[in-house]
Design a protein around this ligand. Structure first.
Ligand SMILES: Cc1cc2nc3c(=O)[nH]c(=O)nc-3n(C[C@H](O)[C@H](O)[C@H](O)COP(=O)(O)OP(=O)(O)OC[C@H]3O[C@@H](n4cnc5c(N)ncnc54)[C@H](O)[C@@H]3O)c2cc1C
Length: 545
């Protein structure tokens, strides 16, 4: 439930405490309202991935407008929030040692070249209009069906941003500021713990928020800044600590995927009627068709969500709570996080409007609602789908990395267990017994031909084989032989421990030397700040935006 998982200190969990990745059964249904399994969604996602990526990079879908200076309406941003940089320094240590362009404010800012000033004279941005033969005027949709403020993107201060040049990835934003945003969303806007189990609607609300949160975590883990190499690369430990060890978070991302996919499926018949020019562009239109034709109505059954509580008040409450979530995005202090936060909450809000406000039986409202979708809602809807699609792809990628890591550690573990103390004893015992038997049999003139057991541990110094003399009466004293073997084993174990203690000072000495060496390199500025591959300063290799 929301509050419980919020309070959990997930970072402290062992990332590899279970062999079952994410503890999710891929053949289970994603949720009671989704007649689709995790595996099926994975397959759909694989099929649409290329077309969807191409669509998101097209001129129509790659631009978004945002008012960077919109006032946070929940608290005085200069007062209630921690504004100093130290508040962001919760993920990367030693920020001060990094060059300026790696500081959180820079990583979280926009690539200025990719922003264009919006034209105040028209509510619509001219740049986007140039792409379209017919310009769609913004509309005053009745506020009663909106899950976000659709006029948010037409403000005087709104700027146009090229999303392909400002990817959602690790920014270093975190600490108290981000914590306050998430806690406000979960504690003040989600339904309470008891309530989430009450109905599918309240449960869906929490799932949407948690899936959104998990998706952000997945992206920042996938494109994480390795401060040693200066490269953006996947960070499996971070993913496991934030998402992978929480099956509910993984499930909620798939749930969100199903919700947004269903909304797209629902508006498919109306897409040709949109006046956005790029949709008229054959290639874009084909790609859009390819993507949506892979989707299916059974992916998500929106009729179930409000089925048990037909009360209109619950739907109103759901809508106004979600609108709050979209507004809280104005309080996010990291520009790039705010941009993607705004896009995704707008995308979810659009999906919810399509799913919950369009009545299939009522063609008039259907036309009315779909016909009045703004281009920013449509862009946000598709971009949000793109984010979730990438998240699902990343979960599968992290699973492979996890498998590799686990196999690697299994090998290390098995070699540890093969060489560990007790096995050495066992093998030593076997070897002694074998040697005794071999000697005995040689004495008896019955040479053994099977030598397969010999010398499993060639590198080990075995104790001299002890030949147990035969009793004079000719019968082997089995008990005495066993006793001697065990005593020998114990003695060998003590010798082994004793040798380890003797080695300890040498090991400590070597470790200290290595540390001093590393420290010296750092002091003279060599090792960590120069790329190992090229020996060039990292700044040349970084794609800083
Ligand atoms: C709108 C928004 C956008 C952001 N975008 C970015 C970005 O693009 N790049 C970037 O690097 N950082 C971004 N951040 C910051 C990022 O989300 C984290 O807040 C930050 O990385 C610190 O993480 P944390 O481990 O302290 O826990 P947080 O992610 O801040 O989570 C706080 C608490 O919530 C709970 N929790 C975590 N995940 C879930 C979940 N899925 N479901 C339920 N409960 C959960 C946990 O108990 C956790 O301790 C964004 C933050 C916000 C609010």
């Amino acid at each position: 439930t929301s509050n419980n998982s919020y309070i959990a200190t997930d970072q402290t969990q062992n990332a590899f405490n279970d062999t079952h990745f994410c503890k999710v059964d891929r053949n289970d249904h994603v949720s009671p309202s989704c007649n689709v399994t995790f595996n099926e969604l994975n397959a759909i996602n694989e099929n649409i991935r290329d077309d969807l990526s191409a669509l998101l990079k097209s001129d129509f879908f790659k631009y978004f407008r945002l008012d960077l200076y919109k006032q946070c309406s929940f608290w005085d941003a200069n007062d209630g929030l921690c504004l100093n940089r130290a508040c962001s320094v919760d993920v990367v240590e030693d920020w001060d040692t990094l060059p300026e362009y790696w500081q959180p404010e820079i990583l979280g800012s926009f690539n200025n070249d990719t922003m264009k000033e919006a034209d105040d004279s028209d509510d619509e941005c001219k740049f986007l209009d140039q792409l379209c033969q017919t310009s769609k005027k913004p509309v005053d949709i009745e506020d009663t069906i909106n899950y976000c403020d659709v006029n948010d993107f037409n403000g005087k201060n709104a700027v146009l941003i090229d999303l392909t040049a400002n990817p959602e990835r690790f920014t270093g934003y975190g600490g108290k500021q981000a914590g306050q945003i998430w806690s406000t969303i979960y504690q003040d806007n989600c339904f309470t713990i008891g309530e989430t189990g009450e109905s599918l609607a309240k449960d869906a609300f929490y799932r949407l928020v948690s899936g959104f949160h998990a998706s952000i975590g997945t992206h920042l883990s996938k494109e994480y800044l390795n401060t040693k190499t200066g490269k953006w690369e996947p960070n499996l430990d971070l993913f496991m600590a934030r998402i992978g060890n929480f099956p509910d978070r993984v499930t909620n991302m798939y749930f969100n995927y199903a919700v947004v996919a269903k909304a797209l499926w629902k508006i498919q018949p109306y897409l040709p009627e949109f006046s956005f020019c790029d949709l008229v562009n054959k290639e874009i239109k084909n790609k859009m068709d390819n993507v949506i034709s892979q989707l299916d109505t059974k992916i998500f059954n929106e009729d179930l969500v409000f089925a048990n509580d037909l009360s209109l008040t619950l739907k109103d409450e759901f809508r106004s709570r979600f609108k709050n979530v979209t507004k809280i995005m104005d309080c996010v202090q990291c520009d790039r996080c705010r941009l993607w936060g705004k896009i995704q909450t707008t995308g979810y809000a659009t999906a919810l409007k399509i799913l919950f406000e369009i009545n299939d039986a009522d063609e008039f409202t259907k036309q009315h609602i779909v016909g009045k979708l703004t281009k920013y809602e449509l862009i946000a809807l598709l971009q949000t789908f793109g984010r979730l699609s990438e998240s699902i792809e990343s979960v599968n990628m992290f699973e492979k990395m996890y498998g590799k890591r686990l196999n690697g550690s299994e090998n290390r573990l098995s070699s540890f267990f093969q060489n560990n103390f007790f096995n050495i004893l066992k093998e030593a015992g076997k070897s002694i017994r074998y040697t005794i038997e071999n000697i005995n049999s040689t004495k008896e003139g019955k040479k053994k031909t099977n030598n397969s057991q010999s010398h499993v541990f060639d590198d080990l110094k075995m104790p001299k084989a002890e030949i147990v003399p035969r009793p004079s009466n000719g019968t082997v004293n089995k008990w005495k032989k066993a006793w001697n073997t065990e005593v020998n084993n114990v003695l060998e174990a003590f010798r082994f421990i004793y040798r380890s203690y003797l080695d300890l000072p040498r090991n400590i000495w070597e470790l200290s030397l290595m540390k001093v060496y590393k420290f010296w390199n750092k002091f003279i500025g060599v090792a960590d700040y120069v790329s190992e591959e090229t020996r060039e300063p990292i700044s040349y290799k970084l794609d800083i935006q």
